[in-house]
Design a binder for this molecule. Structure first.
Ligand code: C5P
Length: 409
């Protein structure tokens, strides 16, 4: 009942796809919504108001006045009542009228009175859809804030193949559901995120580091916080800044500092995402004074291993905690990542390869494959790090019901 108590105005227009609005009505009602249908005169030629009112449990509105007793149907009241309006199917004609305010039917006056967010799911023949006029109207509507649910490709009523089929009711219902739940899915979930490089001091002016910018970890922190999580971001040196009331940032320099901060915080967390590029080794000793250059002579640094934060958290992980690691590989990518997931007792590992253009250190984009302990694998296209963060969060928390496994301590 994810749409419980939500008031949805469903606009139905004159398209063969109008039969799908009956299914959409059922789905929305099943998810707990109250649905008020407004149909255009042309819409009634494709599906009867009797079917729609039986499914929605409310009289379908089409005219400005009820024909029997002359009761005025107030589009203004509908605009105030609704939490959301969706026009599905939306014909080229209705999209054009919406874009230009041609208020000659109840659906358009309702749209013009709408105080709630509006979605439209176009349905038409492929040539009509790609016509410059339709595309221009869609552009106007997008600028006006209408969320367009792109039509799918496939066989059309004209028996032609192409883009123009109204998106399936299940998908539309899922989009609306997501719209209402976004920003709250991770409510009360506490997430630890490590980010950036670590610097390992050689002497007071020099260090061993790496090219990590922190962009991926910061994007994850922002995405988690945007969905309602409380985030503790433990970051190595990074020039990035962020401010969100639900993100607490702890700055560290070295792997050992990050290790200490992460181990201390982890018991109070529901999950940890380890995106930091932690230096594997540090100089065994840190020179107290700047090491002087001796003409013609090299120097030898002895390096000692740093603690593995991921492995340490894996060893102390409870059954109600999720642990997600990253693997940045240059070769033999997947077997290496799987080995790391096993060794560090991770639930998921996000693999990015330095071989992929635009992926990895410093870029604003990333291309990842997410491998899970249960043997699942999902590969994503090159996209911005924020989009990548969304996919990671969707996969590890939302998919497969993992969220219910981690308690809200
Ligand atoms: O073994 P490797 O460094 O490739 O493993 C990568 C994963 O382990 C990343 O999630 C990284 O943040 C984490 N890691 C760590 N502590 C280390 C080394 C890596 O947490 N010392």
């Amino acid at each position: 009942m994810s749409l419980k108590g939500k008031h949805i105005v469903l606009g139905v227009t004159g398209s063969i796809a109008a039969y799908k609005s009956a299914l959409l009505t059922r789905l929305l009602i099943k998810k707990g919504a109250e649905v008020q249908i407004v149909i255009t005169p042309a819409g009634k030629e494709f599906i009867t108001p009797v079917t729609l009112s039986a499914l929605s449990g409310k009289p379908v509105i089409s005219e400005f006045f009820a024909s029997g007793d002359g009761t005025w149907h107030s589009h203004v009241d509908l605009g105030l009542w609704a939490d959301l309006m969706i026009v599905a199917p939306a014909t080229a004609s209705t999209l054009g009228k919406m874009a230009h305010g041609i208020a000659d039917n109840m659906l358009i006056t309702t749209y013009l009175s709408m105080k709630a967010p509006v979605f439209a799911a176009p349905a038409m023949d492929l040539d009509m859809f790609r016509h410059v006029t339709t595309q221009r109207n869609l552009e106007i509507l997008r600028k006006d804030g209408v969320q367009i649910i792109e039509p799918a490709e496939g066989e059309l009523a004209s028996h032609l193949e192409g883009k123009g089929r109204m998106e399936e009711p299940e998908k539309i219902a899922a989009i609306l559901e997501k719209f209402f739940t976004q920003g709250t899915e991770l409510d009360k979930i506490k997430i630890l995120i490590t980010a950036g490089p670590t610097y390992e001091r050689i002497d007071p002016v020099r260090f061993i580091g790496n090219f990590s910018s922190g962009k991926m970890g910061f994007a994850l922190a922002e995405e988690c916080a945007a969905r309602g999580a409380e985030v503790l971001l433990i970051t190595g040196p990074s020039s990035l800044s962020l401010s969100h009331p639900r993100i607490r940032r702890v700055n560290v320099e070295s792997a050992r500092e990050m290790h200490a901060a992460a181990l201390q915080a982890f018991p109070g967390m529901n999950a940890a995402i380890l995106s930091a590029a932690v230096a594997d080794y540090r100089p065994e000793t840190v020179a107290e004074h700047k090491i002087k250059r001796t003409e013609g002579e090299g120097i030898t640094l002895t390096l000692t291993p740093n603690p593995d934060i991921a492995a340490a958290l894996g060893a102390m992980k409870r059954a109600d905690q999720l642990l997600i690691g990253f693997a940045l590989e240059t070769d033999d990518e997947e077997p290496n990542a799987l080995r790391k997931m096993e060794k560090k007792k991770l639930d998921f590992i996000v693999l990015n390869s330095l071989r992929d253009k635009g992926a990895g250190f410093g870029h604003d984009t990333n291309k990842v494959t997410i491998l899970s302990r249960n043997g699942e694998k999902q590969s994503f296209e090159l996209q911005t790090k924020r989009e990548t963060a969304k996919e990671i969060i969707d996969t590890v928390f939302i998919g497969d019901g993992h969220l219910s496994r981690i308690s809200c301590s």
